[in-house]
Design a protein around this ligand. Sequence first.
Ligand SMILES: O=C(O)CCC(=O)C(=O)O
Length: 286
Amino acid sequence: MAQGDIARGFIRVTLCLLLASAPRASPQRTMACVSIDSRVLERMMGSLPMGGSEDGVAVYALSDPKTALGDISHVPISGMSRTDIDIGGQLAFVIKNVVTEKEADRLVSVTEGLGYSPAAPAISTPPGMRMNQALHWVDDDTLIGAIWDRIRPLLPQELDGKKLVGLSRRLNHYRYEEGDRFRQHIDGDWPGYRISDDGTSMVTCSGAHSKLSMLLYLNGPQDGVLGGDTRLFGRGGVTVDVTPCKGSALFFRHGFSEDSVMHEGTVVTGSTKKYVARVNVLYSLP
Ligand SMILES: O=C(O)CCC(=O)C(=O)O
């Protein structure tokens, strides 16, 4: 079978949904399992935590996103707010309630169903830097469209003279186990990605490029996560630790801008895994 055939094969995975009734403070949550269908949009080279790379790492799409992700409203969640973080003059802010706790739990379950891997597709990191597991998928706009409608008014409408245009539909998820971390780095800038019109592959969005990272926290201390703060290194030696808050998102500049923010994911010190998703915020091209 040619690689293209494999890449476009359909896959059925079992989705373990975290039950909303499980006690919030307990890291051991009850799970219910349902089946969902997914497909592989692309297979590409992925870098491994301790160096080297692996070929054929999948980027997925959900065959039925509405069923897999559940009912997602496009209206803001009550209590949404933006708080700017003082890191010596560089842009960094947190938006609360980007997704609900239920949506965050569901997303964790979807990604667990698709399956994490040590290799991160298309990402290149030196040995020992990205010590976690990765899972990348591309949304058909079911989730990203709703998040966009919620957060759009709170984002910088212009950066470097370029207009805010949207969010990439590619979600790069990371799962950290005890001892895992993401050492100091600056995120690269990327084109936006979406699913092709015929649904079979991942394509770039024309006329847009990313300027901001959005780190969406899918769990946090309330689920039993210990450690795993995101540490921002600002100008003049300022450092700020942002503790993951489930459903909230941290934003900061990336790419080759002077304002790009050095950051790290600090060590997860307990047995509860930390889950985060990185999504790029897109601005117009000249
Ligand atoms: O998990 C974190 O807190 C940091 C993640 C990160 O550095 C990244 O996705 O670039």
